[in-house]
Write a protein that binds this ligand. Structure first.
Ligand SMILES: *[C@@H]1O[C@H](CO)[C@@H](O)[C@H](O)[C@H]1NC(C)=O
Ligand SMILES: *[C@@H]1O[C@H](CO)[C@@H](O)[C@H](O)[C@H]1NC(C)=O
Length: 331
């Protein structure tokens, strides 16, 4: 009973998906490992043929104008061949022995350490008799999808946190704070700052307060990968209390990632009213010191001025005397 059920469901799957894709997905992160499978189940509307002469995997890179056969298996001649297959890739040739080999022949290419340069169109091909012809699967465009990794927002100065939220900081009014958002990914990313208070999320309104920079790229698995940083700087006001700041990573106007940070503002309580007293006493002392310094500077300048004037007077009287002497000698 169990076997019968399995057989029925197996049959249904075969009927429903007459053509299975040669890959499980179309986008893979650089460095990934995945399989490309060529067998008879990948071909649509295949005319009856019991024997398959050969099975191949073809590829067309973005730099190429036509497909190239990169792996082929000819079971009857017991021949296998690969061209331009990176050395770390693995190729499996299986089944296909004998005349009635349609359902056993298989070519599986395991892509190891997928590189951006490997992205392109891939398709399988079989060669079948009576009449002799080639059949192809629909090409799939396999692309390298560089992943986006966003770091937590980092803030300076970060003092005490709010409750247990490590992505928060409580500071005092008037302090200049800096929040740094950084992330890594493909070339077309952008940081957008947002803020949220009492449930309303809005774009951060003061464009002059943030700087987005795009760093030099590094090449990872043959793909240009960029480091980004965005800095938001402003002076803390009381109304910032409890505001959630959000750094959103956008790719072509689509949100791809976000990190958040909550700002707290120290309350001005009665226990701190003693402080302004000491502060003003401190500033009085400062004023006295500054006053004394100013008086000193003025005195020094006056003395200097007086001495210079005196010296100049003496020099000019000496000069006129010597000129008179010279004049007398010429005569
Ligand atoms: C394959 O996909 C890439 C990335 O989306 C695209 O740039 C390229 O034009 C596509 N190639 C074909 C032949 O559709
Ligand atoms: C900021 O909010 C916290 C919590 O709601 C509150 O305890 C504190 O007094 C507020 N600070 C100011 C300056 O209003």
């Amino acid at each position: 009973m169990k076997i019968f059920f399995k057989f029925v469901s197996g049959l249904l799957i075969v009927l429903v998906s007459s053509q299975q894709p040669i890959v499980n997905q179309l986008e893979y992160p650089p460095g990934d490992t995945f399989k490309i499978t060529c067998d008879v189940s990948r071909f649509a509307n295949l005319k009856p043929a019991r024997e398959i002469f050969s099975i191949s995997l073809l590829r067309q890179l973005s730099t190429q104008t036509s497909f190239q056969n990169i792996a082929a298996y000819e079971p009857r001649a017991k021949q296998t061949m690969t061209t331009n297959i990176p050395s770390q890739w693995q190729v499996l040739y299986a089944g296909g022995e004998g005349f009635d080999n349609r359902n056993t022949i298989r070519l599986v290419v395991t892509v190891v350490d997928f590189q951006c340069a490997d992205a392109g169109l891939y398709q399988c091909e079989i060669f079948i008799p009576s009449p002799l012809r080639h059949a192809y699967t629909i090409p799939v465009n396999i692309t390298a999808k560089i992943e986006i990794t966003q770091k937590d927002i980092y803030m300076t100065p970060q003092n005490e946190i709010i409750g247990e939220d490590i992505h928060s900081s409580v500071n005092t009014v008037g302090v200049e704070i800096t929040m740094i958002c950084s992330f890594t990914g493909p070339a077309n990313l952008q940081a957008v700052w947002k803020r949220k208070k009492e449930g309303n999320e809005e774009n951060y309104p003061y464009a002059n307060n943030f700087i987005n920079s795009k760093q030099v790229f590094s090449v990872i698995s043959g793909c240009n990968t960029y480091d980004y940083a965005s800095e938001l700087k402003f002076t803390l006001e009381e109304k910032d209390n409890g505001t959630l700041y959000i750094c959103v990573v956008m790719e072509d106007n689509n949100e791809r990632s976000r990190k958040m940070f909550t700002i707290g503002v120290n309350p001005v309580t009665d226990s701190t009213t003693g402080k302004p007293g000491t502060d003003s006493a401190g500033s009085n002392v400062g004023a006295i010191v500054v006053g004394v310094l100013v008086v000193l500077v003025i005195t020094v300048v006056l003395i200097y001025f007086f001495v210079i004037q005196k010296k100049k007077q003496i020099e000019s009287s000496e000069a006129s005397t010597s000129m008179k002497v010279e004049a007398t000698e010429v005569w």
